[in-house]
Design a protein around this ligand. Structure first.
Ligand code: HEM
Length: 311
C-alpha cells in the first residue's frame, strides 16, 4: 500500500507556514524534486512539526511520467466568473506546508526548508497561519464541519492503490483576504445567509431559507448518480488585525470536483456567484501534486532521510 504524506491528516496543529517556490532558471526539474525529497522532518512526532511537500503537476509529470494522478493540471488560467469576478492563477513550482504545535518550531523548520531549497528554488510566497478559536476561520464560522471524518478522509484525498500516482493527492491552495469591515458590518443572521450555516453551532440552514448563492449551496455538488462529491479541507487562518484571511487548502484524489466548486463559486456554471466572494477575495491560486512517500523516496539522496522515515 502506498503511504501518503502524513501531515495531510495531522489535524489540530496550531501553527503553520505555507511556502511556494519558483525553480531557479537553469536548475533541472529533477533537482528540485530531489531537494524536496531530502527535506527532513524533525525526529520527534510529539509536539513536533509536519512537512507536506507539493510539486507543480506539469513538473511532476516531467520527472515521473507514470506517476501523475488523473486530471492533475497546473492552474494555468484564472477562473473568470460573473460581475468581473475572477480567481487568479499564480501557479508556482513547489509548495511546502510546515505545521506544528508552536510558532517557534514552525519558524525554525521553515527557515531550514528555505535554506535547503535555496540552490534550486527561491521563495515566491510565504504565509504564516495559526488556529483561531479552535476550528473557526476569521469570519468567525466553524470551518471543516462537513469535512469527511479522519477515517474517511484518505478515501477522499488519496489516489487509490493501483492507479497512477497511488497514495498521492492533489492540493488546491488559495490565499483569500477577508474584507473584515464589510463582513463585520453584517448582522449575524445576514452572515449566516452568506455561509448557509448558523454561526454559533454550524448547523446547515433549512432548504427553504438556504439562499442559492450561499457558500454551502455553491460547494455542495453531486455526480450524475446524485452522489455528493467530497473534498478534504484543511483551511488555516492567517494575517494580522489590519489584513487577514483564510489559506484555503483543499485535497482530493481527483481535482475535478474541487475545480467545479471554484467555478460554481465564481458563477461560471450558472451565473450565480458565491455570496462569500463579496466579502473575501482570492489573491493566489495553484494546484500541486502531493506525492506518496514511496514516490518521493526514489529521489532521496544517498544518506538522506525522507520525512517520516527515520530509523
Ligand atoms: C475565504 C475562503 C473560504 C472560507 C472562509 C470558507 C469557509 C467555509 C465554511 C465556514 C464552511 C461551512 C462549514 C464547513 O462545512 O466547513 C465551508 C464549507 C465548505 N467549503 Fe468553504 N470556504 C472558503 C473557500 C472554499 C473554496 C475555495 C472551496 C472549494 C474549492 C470550498 C469548499 C467548501 C466545501 C466543499 C464545504 C462543505 C459544504 C457542505 O458539504 O456543506 N470553500 N467553507
Amino acid at each position: 500500500m502506498a503511504t501518503a504524506q502524513t501531515g495531510i491528516f495531522a489535524v489540530g496543529t496550531s501553527s503553520h507556514c505555507f511556502l511556494e517556490f519558483t525553480r531557479r532558471p537553469g536548475s533541472e526539474p529533477g533537482a528540485l524534486v530531489r531537494a524536496l525529497a531530502d527535506l527532513e522532518e524533525p525526529h520527534t512526532t510529539v509536539g513536533g512539526v509536519n512537512l507536506v511537500v507539493g510539486v507543480r503537476p506539469s513538473l511532476w509529470a516531467e520527472v515521473v511520467p507514470d506517476g501523475q494522478p488523473a486530471n492533475a493540471r497546473d492552474l494555468e488560467t484564472p477562473v473568470v466568473g460573473v460581475d468581473g469576478f475572477a480567481m487568479p492563477a499564480t501557479q508556482q513550482d513547489a509548495w511546502v506546508w510546515v505545521a506544528g504545535a508552536a510558532p517557534d518550531l514552525v519558524f525554525d523548520v521553515a527557515t531550514d526548508v528555505v535554506s535547503a531549497l535555496a540552490p534550486v528554488a527561491t521563495p515566491a510566497s510565504e504565509v504564516t497561519g495559526w488556529s483561531y478559536r479552535h476550528s473557526r476561520d476569521l469570519t468567525g464560522f466553524e470551518d471543516g464541519t462537513e469535512n469527511p471524518s479522519l477515517a474517511k478522509a484518505p478515501g477522499v484525498a488519496l489516489v487509490p492503490d493501483g492507479a497512477p500516482g497511488q497514495g498521492s493527492s492533489v492540493v488546491l491552495v488559495q490565499q483569500w483576504v477577508h474584507h473584515a469591515e464589510r463582513w463585520n458590518a453584517l448582522a449575524v443572521a445576514e452572515q449566516e445567509l452568506v455561509m448557509g450555516r448558523t454561526k454559533a453551532d454550524s448547523v446547515e440552514l433549512d432548504d427553504d431559507v438556504l439562499p442559492e448563492d450561499s457558500h454551502v449551496s455553491r460547494t455542495v455538488i453531486e455526480d450524475e448518480d446524485g452522489q455528493e462529491l467530497e473534498i478534504f479541507r484543511r483551511n488555516v487562518p492567517y494575517g494580522s488585525v489590519g489584513e487577514h484571511g483564510t489559506m484555503f487548502v483543499g485535497l482530493s484524489a481527483d481535482p475535478r470536483p474541487m475545480h467545479r466548486m471554484l467555478e460554481r463559486m465564481a458563477g461560471v456554471e450558472d451565473g450565480i456567484r458565491d455570496a462569500l466572494t463579496r466579502y473575501s477575495t482570492p489573491l493566489t491560486g495553484a494546484y500541486y501534486v502531493v506525492p506518496a512517500l514511496e514516490a518521493l523516496a526514489a529521489f532521496v539522496s544517498p544518506g538522506e532521510h525522507l520525512a517520516g522515515e527515520h530509523d
